[in-house]
Write a protein that binds this ligand. Structure first.
Ligand code: 0PR
Length: 386
């Protein structure tokens, strides 16, 4: 550390130089990210609430009331009239809270000590962190031939130690929606906690439905669904970090509560103590600013780009792995290895694609910063590589 203060301009000069090493979303080269540039109005609001700490809500009653309202709005969007939950740092923390709620609930009401969670192979790795932290065993449910959770496999994996079943609405690698309705029924019939990870899909499925897309039920309309992860910092265009966890019942927060005696509020259920209020307020502001129609337009545009990419890839001879349900396209060259292709794409024009594991394929996430012009450039490079 320097002894004497350094001039602000000098520091800023250094930081500007360092920032040049970061990619910008606007460059259109980031093709494998579920995050995107936050909406300018979200950034404006974020700065205003930079010092608000949701970890001590009695000091920031205004910001806390906005968190409560945001949870109610997102709950309504997911067909729940009286939602409970929090805006947290992201899908990882949201999933950790869901699994903690399920584990503690099962411990309290069913005396389960060595719990198990049933997950599809396609589940995000955040569940591995959750299971590790909470000493739970992961029981992997198989996928069907369309890369969705196999319902029969879930049924067969239930044991007296099952504390939760998880299904995904918008899988990380392929953007697919699991058969949530069938799993909800199984969970309901067996009185097991059912968590839906809609970190990616939660901010688009309801809006695409508005535009006439025919999606099966995936939310609290299904009586078996206990909680849903839905991330404003993915399809909601909110500044990071903004994840969302919505619970059907307050008891799920209660079973996680620990005493926080010297704070303005006497118990705390979140994983994190000092908590950012800025991104919560930015989420609230953007929900109002876009409204249903704004988010519907956004989701529809992204699906149009998705279809354009899929059709164009097939025209030039690439194999598209599955018919996209949300704005992710996974594809392969009939002969080339996907990782080698990804390396080549980066070398020739700086494309940052990601490579899916199951199945092994190039995966493109069509977020707001990826325009038709970028896609045309990308396709022209893919043509050269074919
Ligand atoms: N659940 C699902 C279905 C997800 O896809 C993700 C993240 C999470 C939970 C965890 O969310 P957080 O990362 O907010 O904790 N999916 C992305 C992924 O792993 C996250 C990401 C975003 C990765 C931007 C790279 C990137 O540039 O692909």
């Amino acid at each position: 550390m320097n002894d004497l203060p350094i001039d602000k301009d000098e520091i800023l000069k250094e930081l500007d130089l360092i920032k040049e090493k970061d990619l910008k979303y606007s460059g259109g080269r980031i093709l494998g990210s579920m995050c995107t540039e936050a909406h300018p109005f979200g950034k404006e609001v974020y700065i205003k609430f930079l010092d608000s700490n949701l970890g001590d809500p009695g000091l920031f009653k205004g910001t806390k009331s906005i968190e409560d309202k945001t949870i109610k709005i997102i709950g309504k969007l997911l067909n729940l009239d009286n939602a409970y939950g929090n805006i947290v740092t992201g899908g990882t923390e949201a999933n950790i809270m869901a699994i903690r709620a399920a584990r503690n609930h099962a411990r309290k009401y069913k005396n389960i000590e060595n719990g198990e969670i049933i997950l599809p192979r396609s589940a995000h790795f955040s569940f591995k962190k959750a299971a590790d932290m909470m000493n739970l065993k992961i029981v992997e449910a198989e996928l069907d031939e369309n890369y969705k959770i196999n319902v029969e496999s879930v049924k067969n994996k239930i044991s007296p130690n099952t504390v939760a079943i998880v299904a995904i609405a918008g899988t990380t690698e392929l953007g697919l929606i699991d058969p949530i309705e069938e799993i909800s029924k199984i969970a309901h019939d067996n009185n097991i906690y059912f968590h839906v990870d809609a970190a990616f899909g939660g901010f688009s499925i309801p809006f695409l439905r508005n535009c006439g897309y025919d999606f099966p039920e995936f939310d609290f309309k299904l009586p078996g669904v206990s909680s849903i992860t839905v991330d404003p910092h993915k399809m909601g265009l909110a500044p990071i970090p903004a994840g969302g966890i919505i619970f059907r019942e307050k008891e799920y927060l209660n079973v996680m509560a620990v005493d926080s005696p010297y704070l303005t509020v006497k118990t705390q259920s979140t994983v994190v103590g000092t908590r950012i209020g800025a991104s919560t307020v930015a989420t609230y502001a953007l929900l109002k600013y876009f409204g249903r129609s704004g988010y519907s337009k956004l989701a529809k545009n992204l699906m149009e780009n998705t279809c354009f990419l899929k059709d164009s890839l097939e025209k030039i001879g690439y194999d598209v792995i599955v018919e996209p349900e949300l704005n992710i396209v996974a594809f392969n060259h009939p002969e080339k290895n996907p990782q080698l292709m990804a390396d080549e794409l980066e070398k020739i024009n700086g494309w940052k694609v990601s490579v899916a594991n199951c199945p092994n394929a190039i995966r493109i996430v069509l977020m707001n910063h990826v325009t038709k012009t970028h896609l045309k450039e990308f396709l022209s490079d893919l043509k050269k590589l074919y």
